[in-house]
Design a protein around this ligand. Structure first.
Ligand code: SF4
Ligand code: SF4
Length: 114
């Protein structure tokens, strides 16, 4: 049996294929997505109200998201979902999303650039 140890190849940094999209105006603050997210990514944004008078969901630990899609499946109002990163980027840069649409990852990048 060979005693030569195999070199360890570090894995490249993981990039999420999809981005989280939150429709603030459709959220009814039921917190199902918050409770079911296995990585505790989501929380309620108590600093804002939507037109229905609810605090919409937001991300409290965006980097922990593993794109599992549980939030999308559990939300009864389709207020949170995963979208193809490139398609979402094009729409975001073109300003094609309706008011109240939040893509936390892109918003964070924009804030860091300023
Ligand atoms: S995709 Fe999964 S890990 Fe990411 S926020 Fe939704 S439930 Fe949490
Ligand atoms: S995004 Fe959906 S599941 Fe999450 S709090 Fe809002 S309505 Fe409830």
């Amino acid at each position: 049996m060979s005693k030569v140890r195999k070199p360890i190849t570090p894995k490249p940094p993981r990039t999420r294929e999809k981005v989280l999209v939150i429709l603030n105006e459709q959220c009814k603050q039921c917190e199902l997505c918050v409770v079911f997210c296995p990585k505790n990514v989501l929380c309620i944004n108590e600093s804002i109200y939507n037109r229905k008078g609810y605090h919409p969901v937001t991300t409290c630990d965006l980097e922990a998201c593993v794109n599992c899609g549980f939030c999308e499946r559990i939300c009864p109002d389709m207020a949170i979902f995963l979208a193809d990163r490139n398609a979402a980027r094009k729409a975001y840069e073109a300003g094609a999303f309706e008011e109240g649409t939040v893509i936390p990852e892109f918003d964070k990048e924009t804030q860091e650039e300023q």
